[in-house]
Design a protein around this ligand. Structure first.
Ligand SMILES: NC(=O)c1ccc[n+]([C@@H]2O[C@H](COP(=O)([O-])OP(=O)(O)OC[C@H]3O[C@@H](n4cnc5c(N)ncnc54)[C@H](OP(=O)(O)O)[C@@H]3O)[C@@H](O)[C@H]2O)c1
Length: 279
């Protein structure tokens, strides 16, 4: 999301170099959505894959569909809306395949819950895409347990990609983690660093950064690794989706998965994040 025109504005060569560096460091899954860069980032990434044809077989591509953005790149859209109809999903997957210059998407996610979603229609459509080999795995993003449950009646959800970080803790208590675990879905965490709390603004920023700095000394690591280590203590199969444009920070985030925080430190960070002790 942050590598294209919504962020770094990488050249094709810069994309290719960073993809290669990620692979060399054991990071092989790349998260996309049709809308990123106002519908431009998938194709830019695809161009980079075309520079070196060996890249595709060494990586997994996640992409999402279901949001319609108003942009000059999609003149037919007059209002921001969701679309989970069969026609939209199929057109979106076909376009993503073209953009990436590939025959298959490793994982397709429905980007947001759509109040107009017909669960049976989505399930049938995904089933057809899986049967044809165009999509290997399927999941959702930003679905609450009852929304997942509706779709899950008709099709296996392999993933739910949700927001969770020390600046956005709702998913700890809204049942999303427990539901996913109970139903065998893996959880991807978006904005694990709170959309860059280190650079951006947040009412608890100072408290959190002070705590990160203290813990970085205790655990002999970088302060920016503490929020990832905090997520990794949760007893679920979680994969943070890292948003950095810098290889050193991407590697740092991966290495943070080796840091084991004490139980009390985990709760101390939660307290700093929420501003109150647990009941
Ligand atoms: N499913 C969804 O609805 C949804 C929604 C939003 C995002 N996503 C996905 O989740 C991914 C991650 O989200 P995100 O980008 O918001 O994640 P994030 O990891 O919380 O934030 C990344 C931002 O933090 C900055 N950052 C990281 N470490 C820093 C440090 N030590 N000091 C200062 N800045 C630092 C990065 O800048 P640098 O690049 O300079 O390191 C980058 O701008 C996105 O790329 C996208 O693929 C999904």
């Amino acid at each position: 999301m942050r590598w294209g025109i919504w962020g770094a504005q990488f050249s094709t060569q810069e994309y290719a170099t960073l993809i290669q560096q990620c692979i060399e460091n054991g990071i092989t899954t790349f998260d996309h959505a049709d809308i990123y860069g106002h519908y431009t980032t998938e194709a830019e990434f695809g161009k980079a894959l075309s520079l070196n044809t060996s890249l595709r077989k060494n990586i997994q591509l996640i992409t999402k569909c279901g949001i319609n953005l108003v942009t000059e790149n999609r003149p037919l859209h007059s209002i921001k809306s969701y679309n989970t109809s069969a026609k939209h999903i199929i057109n979106s997957v076909e376009q993503s395949l073209k953009n990436f210059n590939t025959d298959y998407i490793d994982c397709l996610l429905i980007h947001r819950p759509d109040p107009l979603m017909n669960a049976e229609e989505v399930a049938k459509t995904i089933d057809t895409l899986i049967q044809s080999g165009k999509v290997l795995e399927f999941g959702v993003s930003n679905f609450l347990p009852y929304q997942s449950a509706l779709l899950q009646k008709h099709i296996k959800l392999s993933y739910n990609q949700i927001e969770l970080s020390l600046t956005h803790t709702a998913s700890i208590t809204n049942g999303s983690l427990e539901f996913a675990q109970q139903h065998g879905s893996d959880i991807m965490i978006w904005s694990p660093l709170g959309q860059g709390i280190f650079a951006g603004d947040h009412p608890k920023k100072d408290d959190l950064l002070n705590a990160f700095n203290l813990m970085a000394k205790k655990y002999n690591c970088e302060a920016s690794q503490i929020p990832i280590a905090w997520l990794n203590q949760l007893p679920y199969k979680l994969t943070p989706v890292i948003g950095s444009k810098q290889i050193n920070r991407i590697i740092e985030a991966k290495d943070a998965l080796n840091i084991a925080l004490d139980r009390e430190d985990w709760y101390l960070l939660l307290e700093k994040a929420t501003g109150k002790e647990v009941a």
